[in-house]
Design a protein around this ligand. Sequence first.
Ligand code: NAD
Length: 361
Amino acid sequence: MVINSKKLNSLIKKIFLAMQCSKEETRVITHHLVTANLMGHDSHGVGMVPIYVKNFHEKILFPNITPKLTKDDRSMIVFNGQRGFGQSVANLAIKEGINRCKDTGLVLMGINNSGHMGRIGTYGEQCAKENLISIHFVNVTDRSPSVAPFGGTEARFGTNPICIAMPRASKVDPIVLDFATSKVAVGKIRVAINKGEELPDGWVIDHSGKPSNDPRVMEQHIYPNEKSDIPEGAVLPMGDYKGFGLSLFCEILGGIMSGGTTIQPNHERLGGVINNMMSLIIDPKHLVKNSSLNDELEHLIHYIKSSPSTKKDFPVVLPGELERKKLSHRLKNGITIDDETFEQILKAGESLNIKRNSLKE
Ligand code: NAD
């Protein structure tokens, strides 16, 4: 089905309000999720709602959590997200990081024990809006791993995303590099399972380490409470050993240095999604003059984009550009949601005593 973003927003809001999220928390989470869909990252959009509702019922994900400041050295701060909804926890913590960075010029910030933070680019954009550069390393815990280390056949990592965002001169969109260190985000495999589609070559291996195109090799990982006859495989790291190395540093920086934990199995796994994030926020004006930075950056971008494209009608684009193109297209034409995902959202609403007809209104 194709649904208008405003309608989707109001449907999803009802679900978060039913979980007792405050109006403001509901607004932040819903806006984050629908924007992820609008930007083309359906893996981190409203399709996550049934998982959040399930974790809410299991009492491993909590509404209305204010991140708790546990270390404070002005420019070095650590927050405990206390298993709150990650989109809200990270939004509040990053706000504080931004405030401090305006004063100190540089902030190193850990957020540990947060619920799923969703699309990490959101936090890069939040900093870029305030003319700040930011770098974010994130790990994923509380559940079994999904990504094999380079050369391994069994999973040992989550999809551990990294984001680097750079503001540009006023009114020009920032550069936002935001990706999972796995070949693909697990959410995209969930979407393929729900749609009954095959995966492209090189995304996953089966339980024996052989290349596979069947998304159901990740079914046990994605839907642990449902029966699957397919033995569990793993997602491959992006860029072979390079992605593997970056993922390892997401564990070290995002997991350990944020005051959180890594995915190693001595830690209890409750079956939720915990994100730990280490963020470095930089005010560039403490390093270089605004005018020379903007001038050099725009010359660089012009030079990069002048490279003749390999395919007609596919010019060189900067990180973040395709997402913004998708956003304006989907704002106009609506968001496509597959039937299975939509049904899961309606069922999640019903589990909170919301009638499906009132959700669709
Ligand atoms: P992806 O493979 O689509 O890569 C996205 C990045 O690559 C973006 O910066 C995009 O602008 C850039 N890009 C894509 N095509 C490009 C092109 N042709 N030229 C230049 N740049 C291009 O994304 P992904 O790895 O599937 O990750 C999707 C989302 O999932 C991200 O937002 C990420 O933060 C999120 N994620 C979150 C978690 C979590 O635990 N919270 C885990 C994994 C992923």
